[in-house]
Design a protein around this ligand. Structure first.
Ligand code: NAD
Length: 331
């Protein structure tokens, strides 16, 4: 069985090559993203293994199906980037990794909060320049602050637990309240109430038509002046130009992003030798109270190992006719 991996970096290859596999399983690692142009690289491969910024739209899936692909194995939990209707029509099955390490993402979320609050990037740059002044570095105590968690699945729950440990008051919004989260003393509220009462708002829900631009102008207006917004979930949950306006007016006090609506052509690449073409991202990068990481929240050794082993298990189970972790078209 030939498996073609797209969007692979050194760490992906290492985690897959460390796993035992049967001699008739061939790994072909491609560095380029899966696009309409690169889809032909999978010709003859029964399985295509794709990551979050790969193009899995109908035309790309058609090329893959025509080349003999039968299974799309996603190395991600999120599956908003695949046209499930087209996959269904083309008889392509889709599997994913529902959970690898929710802690990796939750802990990165906390890293963004602490770095923004205590101005760590400014402090780091200053001390390296021999500037040991503290002007502009005042933070706030996290204890007794109110944190709003939007989406209390695996990652939101892990995040809520950590923030409860800081002594924060936790509010949550999720159409399906989680008893495990309620047991932490967390109160579920309507979204508008959560936005109005929180000093820190963190997004942990999936991207769907219902959550597209969940944080828009009216949501931002409901948030407290000077509050902090963190998005480690999916870029399009946030209407970025509106967030820029809120940062310019000072209404939004801090912004931490690990995901960006237009990240697909930027993240995971070293573009440092070229002028940045994305003016919205360029503007975001000018604010001292904004930290952007390039979709790295998942990047821990534990998460990479879990992604590789679950992906390979998914592929083997599918090949043996007992598919697991299938992504089904909701009708
Ligand atoms: P999960 O499925 O365990 O939880 C998602 C939760 O969101 C569920 O409880 C669901 O009920 C809730 N939800 C659905 N619609 C909602 C809405 N309209 N408003 C509020 N909540 C809603 O998923 P998870 O494993 O916790 O992952 C959450 C998201 O994190 C993923 O969808 C993915 O986009 C993102 N993610 C990011 C990274 C990264 O590296 N930055 C890595 C993995 C996952």
């Amino acid at each position: 069985m030939r498996i073609v991996f797209f969007s692979t970096q050194v760490y992906d290859r290492e985690s897959f090559l460390a796993l035992p596999r049967s001699p008739n399983t061939e790994f072909v690692f491609q560095q380029p993203k899966l696009t309409a142009d690169t889809a032909v690289l999978a010709a003859g491969a029964e399985v295509v293994c794709a990551f979050i910024n790969d193009d899995l739209s109908a035309p790309v899936l058609e090329t893959l199906a025509a080349g003999g692909t039968k299974l799309i194995a996603l190395r991600s939990a999120g599956y908003n980037h695949i046209d499930l209707e087209a996959a269904h029509t083309l008889k392509l099955e889709v599997v994913r990794v529902p959970a690898y390490s929710p802690h990796a993402i939750a802990e990165h979320t906390v890293a963004l909060i602490l770095a923004l609050n205590r101005h760590l990037t400014r402090a780091y740059n200053r001390t390296r320049e021999g500037d040991f002044s503290l002007r502009g570095l005042t933070g706030f105590d996290l204890v007794n602050k109110t944190v709003g968690v939007i989406g209390t699945g695996q990652i939101g729950t892990a995040f809520a637990r950590i923030m409860a440990g800081f002594g924060c008051k936790i509010l949550a919004y999720d159409p399906y309240p989680n008893p495990e989260v309620e047991a932490l003393g967390v109160r579920y509220l309507e979204l508008d109430e959560l936005l109005a009462q929180s000093q820190i708002v963190s997004l942990h829900c999936p991207l769907s038509p219902a959550t597209y631009h969940l944080i828009n102008e009216s949501a931002l207006n409901r948030m407290q002046r000077g509050s902090m917004l963190i998005n480690t979930s999916r870029g399009a949950l946030v209407d970025t130009p509106t967030v820029i306006d809120a940062l310019k007016s000072g209404h939004l006090g801090y912004l931490g992003l690990d995901v960006y609506e237009e990240e697909a052509d930027l993240f995971f690449e070293d573009l440092s030798d070229f002028p940045l073409q994305d003016d919205v991202l360029a503007r975001l990068l000018t604010f001292p109270n904004v930290i952007i990481t390039a979709h790295q929240a998942f990047l821990t050794h534990e998460a990479l190992d879990a992604i590789a082993s679950t992906t390979l298990d998914n592929i083997v189970a599918w090949a043996e006719g007992r598919p697991q972790n299938l992504v089904k078209l909701e009708t």
